[in-house]
Design a protein around this ligand. Structure first.
Ligand SMILES: Cc1cc2nc3c(=O)[nH]c(=O)nc-3n(C[C@H](O)[C@H](O)[C@H](O)COP(=O)(O)OP(=O)(O)OC[C@H]3O[C@@H](n4cnc5c(N)ncnc54)[C@H](O)[C@@H]3O)c2cc1C
Length: 439
């Protein structure tokens, strides 16, 4: 009887885009034993980006892949501090006493994380076949039926499956869902910059803003809000200054739109003197403004042998959702998956990711919304209408949903699991936003 040797044949996986989702998928698929090539349009030499926070979901995925954010200077979140626009402390929550997540919630320098994932993916040692990363390779077309990638120089590569991880302005999305679904401004923009923690601590009028290690702090005005957290072993503060886009028109969709300190201080002009003193520490040359994007739900995640992941599928989400996509696709394609199994696996991928990703998207939209004064007065995180839910998915560990944790920035904490719902928090009236951490 002829022996089926298909289980010994690695899949040939082609990935468009070498960002966090593309490289995480590449690393996971390498570890599953597949032969992976990543096409990245840039030379990956001038990576930039400030910090990203990695929720317990992302942290668990990275650990499973052998990437340990703490080794990159990522610091665990230990506290949440909430201030009003004048800089008066409204709530302080001790996160370490909670002990509710299976993995840590950390702040990490994005470039260090991206570099480490790439390093592990292409390393000559380690399990599987080292990933090939072809830089300077702009993917201009994909034939989803034959899994063929076409680059801008006309060269073609054919594999068994293509992953579209080409970010917010994705070309591959157009192939899967057509040209009409594209990102649009959400109405909010973000100034982003880093300040050495020491610079804040040296000024006695504002030192208290940086007194705690691993503190996720926020300052809430009527329509503007600041979020600050440390990375690089608590030495560098990452600040995002969220505001209505019409106050600082950005020119494009990228993360690197130049901005001025004058504009930042003007937009946050109604904030208290200490808050503005802290903002004044920014080095203008590092200040960027970015328009926060939103996009309607994609009706499908794959076509033929081409599947989308990360920002290509759902911009305006925490980057851990992109890591979840990557981990899911790797988990669904173990070594031994035959080429013929791919369409069925991609259908499964879509059914796994679609509901969760879009629930998170809805939840992110909800938390980004400014509440009216009446809504602030009425706010009750226990109310189902607050829609503040978190879902567990740790695909590589095969855990089942649903064990969830919610922390509101009002200092209220909701722990919810399949068995019980318990309230361990205080209940002040002040509430401007809800912070989401996915287990
Ligand atoms: C430069 C940069 C800085 C960022 N900084 C932050 C930050 O400070 N904080 C934060 O929370 N998030 C940041 N993000 C976003 C965050 O990394 C992503 O939202 C998230 O990780 C999802 O990643 P992704 O891989 O889907 O998309 P991206 O990280 O956007 O990666 C997409 C990759 O695809 C490449 N690409 C695009 N089109 C093509 C094509 N046609 N052919 C080949 N390659 C292509 C891009 O060059 C890029 O490397 C940043 C993203 C970028 C690109």
């Amino acid at each position: 009887m002829a022996q089926d040797t298909s289980t010994d044949i690695p899949l040939k996986v082609l990935i468009a885009g070498g960002g966090i989702s593309g490289l995480t998928a590449a690393l996971g698929l390498r570890q599953q034993g597949h032969d992976v090539t990543v096409f990245e349009r840039t030379d990956l030499a001038k990576e930039f980006g400030a910090a990203i926070h990695i929720g317990p979901n992302g942290h668990g995925i990275l650990k499973n892949l052998g990437v340990f954010p703490e080794e990159l200077g990522a610091n665990q979140f230990e506290k949440l501090a909430e201030y009003d626009a004048q800089g008066e402390l409204k709530n302080l929550v001790d996160l370490l006493s909670l002990d509710v997540w299976p993995n840590k919630w950390v702040g990490c320098h994005r470039v260090a994380l991206h570099e480490k994932i790439k390093e592990k993916a292409i390393a000559l040692d380690g399990p599987g076949i080292p990933v090939t990363v072809k830089t300077g390779s702009l993917v201009v077309d994909v034939d989803p039926e034959s899994a063929t990638v076409v680059l801008d120089d006309g060269s073609k590569y054919t594999g068994d499956i293509v992953l579209g991880a080409d970010g917010v302005s994705s070309n591959t999305r157009k192939i899967v869902v057509g040209p009409d679904i594209k990102p649009r401004g959400s109405g909010k923009s973000l100034f982003r910059f880093m300040i050495p923690r020491e610079a804040i601590q040296k000024n006695p009028r504002i030192a208290h803003f940086a007194q705690y290690n691993g503190c996720m702090s926020s300052w809430h005005g009527e329509v503007c809000r600041l979020v600050m957290y440390p990375c690089v072993n608590n030495t560098l503060m990452n600040i995002g200054a969220i505001h209505p886009s019409y106050l600082s028109p950005a020119k494009g969709e990228g993360w690197d739109q130049e901005a001025s300190k004058e504009k930042l201080l003007e937009v946050f002009g109604a904030f208290g003197p200490q808050v503005k003193e802290m903002l004044d520490l920014v080095d203008s040359s590092t200040l960027k403004v970015w328009s926060l994007l939103d996009m309607e739900r994609i009706p499908r995640w794959y076509r033929g042998r081409l599947a989308l992941l990360g920002d290509a599928a759902h911009p305006f989400m925490p980057s851990c959702v992109a890591m979840e996509d990557a981990a899911s696709i790797a988990a669904l394609l173990p070594r031994g998956t035959s080429k013929d199994d791919i369409p069925e696996r991609l259908a499964l991928y879509q059914s796994i990711r679609d509901e969760r990703a879009h629930r998170i998207q809805a939840s992110t939209r909800n938390s980004g919304r400014d509440l009216s004064e009446e809504e602030k007065r009425q706010f009750d995180c226990w109310s189902p209408s607050s829609r503040c839910f978190f879902y567990v998915l740790t695909p590589l560990q095969g855990r089942t949903p649903f064990n969830t944790t919610l922390i509101t920035m009002s200092g209220r904490i909701l722990q919810r699991s399949s068995k019980n719902i318990s309230n361990t928090g205080t209940a002040p009236k002040f509430r401007s936003t809800v912070h989401h951490v996915w287990n």
